[in-house]
Design a protein around this ligand. Structure first.
Ligand code: F6P
Length: 341
């Protein structure tokens, strides 16, 4: 049995832990493993390399992906799926493990329908994949963002400023929500909830009277009606706008300063929250879903994604996992809002 692994979409801490889990478990079954370079691009171009136990020594604590990644979408290319199938055969693969978020796994679900034996592993710092409680990458990115917020807090307190932190997360507010709750933010703006500058600034004024500073966390994907926002014409191969171009953190900071008259500063941490050593949680989750993926292959359970439900690793159909984006629920938002005091 020869299995291929690919990592697609944005990199995140935990990818290498997952690949290590796959390679080590595959060894128990005597499976050969090869790594497809740079996500679906590698399967279109037939670009691969062997992955042995020696290759995965010492990678559990490393960020990024040793295979490289891309946002290549085979479904957007003429004959893309055919080429993927051809290369799957040329490489002598019996099964494929696709490690990715909604985009990569949506391609996996489609390719499964075309008869390729495939299983999925969920990853994304955005934590917006359905059918799994958490994706690896999220815990590390929020840990980094909380650290950033606490650093901003020092400056805010020292200079009596309102500090705004813009975080990633695309169309889901999980990163902003968890960063704000865990870092003690005074307000959080997420894509799922309408932005009410008046309500936020009244509250920030009240907070400022007490602490002489305030902290706000903004998700890059928030919807703002007054479009001082740059055009979002540029899209990736999966049709997503490039959110960092919008500069919402600065827009929010300007709004706050104009309305409250308190000095306000913004920091955008961007890709810093996607790199570096994975947390314990992400190492464990990556390892566990990696091992599970090989077990699914051994049991002939294709078209499924390994997932975390409670503290158990289970499997769900890929089609269910990619059916809809997992966004912040009202309960979570109520919890966060109840802490703005
Ligand atoms: O999906 C992960 C993510 O980090 C999003 O939060 C962000 O909007 C996007 O990727 C950035 O993509 P890129 O690294 O291609 O600029």
């Amino acid at each position: 049995m020869k299995i291929g692994i690919l990592t697609g979409g944005g990199d995140c801490p935990g990818l290498n832990a997952a690949m290590r889990g796959i390679v080590l478990k595959a060894a128990d079954y005597g499976y050969e493993v090869i790594g497809i370079q740079e996500g679906w691009k590698g399967l279109i171009e037939g670009d691969s390399r062997p992955l042995t136990i020696a290759d995965v020594d010492e990678i559990i604590g490393k960020g990024g992906t040793i295979l490289g990644t891309s946002r290549t979408n085979p479904l957007k290319r003429e004959d893309g799926v055919e080429i993927v199938k051809e290369n799957f055969e040329k490489l002598g693969l019996d099964a494929l493990v696709a490690i990715g978020g909604n985009d990569t796994l949506a391609v996996a679900a489609e390719i499964d329908k075309q008869g390729i034996k495939i299983v999925g592993i969920p990853k994304t710092m955005d934590n917006d994949l359905s059918c799994t409680d958490y994706t690896f990458g999220f815990d590390t990115s929020v840990t980094i963002a909380v650290d950033a917020l606490e650093r901003l807090q020092d400056t805010g307190r020292s200079h009596r400023r309102i500090m705004v932190l813009e975080v990633m997360g695309r169309d889901a507010g999980w990163v902003a929500l968890f960063t704000g709750i865990a870092g003690g933010a005074d307000w959080i703006l997420i894509p799922e909830e309408p932005v009410d500058f008046e309500e936020m600034c009244q509250h920030l004024n009240q907070v400022y009277k007490r602490k002489h500073y305030a902290l706000v966390v903004v998700s890059e994907g928030i919807k703002i009606e007054k479009e001082t926002i740059k055009s979002l014409d540029e899209r990736d191969e999966f049709g997503h706008p490039i959110h960092r171009e919008r500069g919402v953190g600065q827009i929010v900071a300007n709004e706050i300063e104009n309305r409250t008259k308190h000095p306000t500063r913004v920091a955008v941490i961007g890709h810093i929250q996607r790199g570096g050593t994975p947390t314990l949680f992400d190492r464990m989750l990556g390892t566990r879903v990696g091992v599970k993926a090989v077990e699914l292959i051994a049991n002939g359970e294709f078209g499924k994604m390994a997932c975390l439900i409670g503290n158990e690793i289970k499997a769900v159909p890929l089609t269910d996992a990619v059916a809809e984006l997992k966004t912040v629920t009202k309960d979570w938002w109520q919890l966060a809002k109840g802490l703005f005091k």
